[in-house]
Write a protein that binds this ligand. Structure first.
Ligand code: IMP
Ligand code: MG
Length: 175
């Protein structure tokens, strides 16, 4: 991808501001009650690392790895679990931590699966809420930044596994 085909949409400063706010909201809601953050790999690895350091609430971490079939910038709606949780979530306050919600299929699938394991509570925190292509009725409880449409990369988000390392989030312009 040529560098002229991307431009900064959300700067590292904006991201840091929103992550700090999310940390404050979660800390206010849970107080001293321990939460378990469930990061959805791979895209959320930077977000969860920054978010957990903004929490005053005690937190533990686990990860799942999900992949939706199909490549490029389109989701297929078929979700594959490539890595399961390692800790039981029964009776815990669980927060799913996602990089981005697009069609919503990934989150819906994970949410319903975790709900069957009887957490004490189950909420969703997403850095980016991309609203234009939502196909299932699912809303995150904590939202960093909302946007309408467009494919973005950076701060964990990839295009064919590249660009996760960029500190800012870029909009990829179709050319
Ligand atoms: P959903 O199941 O359609 O909501 O897709 C969510 C997943 O698709 C996210 O966890 C990302 O891995 C990926 N995804 C959706 N939109 C983007 C984007 O703009 N950039 C990078 N990855 C994206
Ligand atoms: Mg993801």
């Amino acid at each position: 991808m040529a560098e002229q085909n991307r431009k900064i949409l959300f700067s590292r400063e904006r991201i840091a501001t929103e992550v700090k706010r999310l940390g404050q909201e979660i800390s206010r809601d849970y107080g001293d009650e321990e939460v378990m953050l469930v990061g959805v790999l791979k895209g959320s690895f930077l977000f969860i690392a920054d978010l957990i350091r903004e929490l005053e609430t005690p937190a533990i971490v686990d990860f799942v790895r999900l992949a939706s079939y199909g490549s490029g910038t389109q989701t297929s709606g078929i979700i594959e679990f490539r890595k399961e949780l390692e800790m039981p979530i029964k009776d815990r306050h669980v927060i799913i931590v996602e990089d981005i919600v697009d069609s919503g299929y990934t989150l819906e699938c994970l949410f319903n699966k975790l709900l069957l394991q009887n957490p004490r509570s189950l909420k969703i925190c997403t850095l980016i809420d991309k609203r234009a292509r939502r196909e299932v009725d699912i809303e995150a409880d904590y939202i960093g930044i909302s946007m309408e449409d467009g494919f973005i990369i950076g701060y964990g988000l990839d295009h064919d596994e590249k660009y996760r390392d960029l500190p800012d989030i870029y909009l990829v312009e179709e050319s």
